[in-house]
Write a protein that binds this ligand. Structure first.
Ligand SMILES: [Cu+2]
Length: 265
């Protein structure tokens, strides 16, 4: 097991030099954090991550309240307290899902959240990492976390389409508050720019009654999703233009949390 972890850490260091470029302290702890980052689902969860480690409930410094909401105009948000912390602080996050869908709250680096988002889209995987909580509609829960490193991090819901609907917030530890804001601004611009990209696909099934269409599609840049075959929503007008076997170029966007075909050519 140790050898496997070490191999993974080295492989990651070679493959992604950006991860290893002096943003952390280096040494054993960092190597472990990277190894964890390589798959994110190893059983070695008690170990330290870049963003810190599970906190001790008896050492909580303060409580942060976060509410998961879905707005009428199709946005999904993590509302609530500002997430700017001192290095070493232990925080009790009290999270309430006031939406109608299942959501999650994941604390991690922006990069790793982006990686996990793609994995989730591919495999719809369930997670039980300590830096993550998944909440059914109406449910509440807690994450207790110790932020042991300075840095710009992120809290996000990585369920397919939710991040793109706005479900992420900057988490700044130490002197990184400014940096985190800038990163968020850049990410938002990128999402907005990618919005107009059409994706090629082939319609494999049309469910007119259900308002659903199955499309075998290329990468959806605006949603950060890889090529795959999946079901989208479509309104009546859109459905009437689609038939099985048809080659299309389309834009899909989250509408009330459901991935929907919004443009076609
Ligand atoms: Cu969500």
């Amino acid at each position: 097991m140790k050898n496997l972890l070490l191999t993974t850490a080295i492989a990651l260091t070679i493959a992604m030099p950006a991860y290893a470029s002096g943003t952390h302290d280096g040494g054993h702890g960092a190597a472990k954090a990277e190894a964890h980052g390589a798959d994110g689902h190893s059983d070695n969860h008690a170990d330290m991550m870049m963003i810190g480690m599970p906190g001790d409930a008896s050492k909580v410094d303060r409580t942060i309240n976060i509410t998961m909401v879905e707005t009428d105009d199709g946005k999904m948000l993590l509302e609530g307290d500002e997430m700017t912390f001192e290095k070493g602080e232990t925080i009790r996050f009290v999270i309430e899902n006031k939406g109608e869908q299942e959501h999650e709250f994941v604390l991690d680096t922006v990069e790793r959240n982006a990686d996990h988002k793609i994995e989730m889209a591919k495999m719809m995987m369930e997670h039980d990492d300590p830096n993550r909580i998944t909440l059914d509609a109406g449910a509440s829960g807690e994450v207790i976390w110790t932020f042991s490193n300075d840095g710009a991090f992120e809290a996000a819901c990585l369920m397919p389409g939710h991040y793109e609907s706005g479900m992420y917030r900057a988490v700044a530890v130490g002197e990184h508050a400014m940096k985190a804001d800038m990163k968020m601004a850049v990410a938002e611009v990128q999402v907005a720019q990618a919005d107009v990209e059409y994706t090629k696909g082939k319609v494999t099934k049309v469910d007119a009654k259900g308002g659903k269409v199955t499309i075998d599609h290329g990468p959806l840049l605006n949603l950060d999703m890889p090529a795959m075959k999946m079901v989208f929503r479509a309104d009546e007008a859109m459905i009437s233009k689609l038939s099985e076997g048809q080659e299309i170029e389309f834009v899909a966007e989250p509408v009330k949390g459901k991935l929907t075909v919004t443009q076609l050519k």
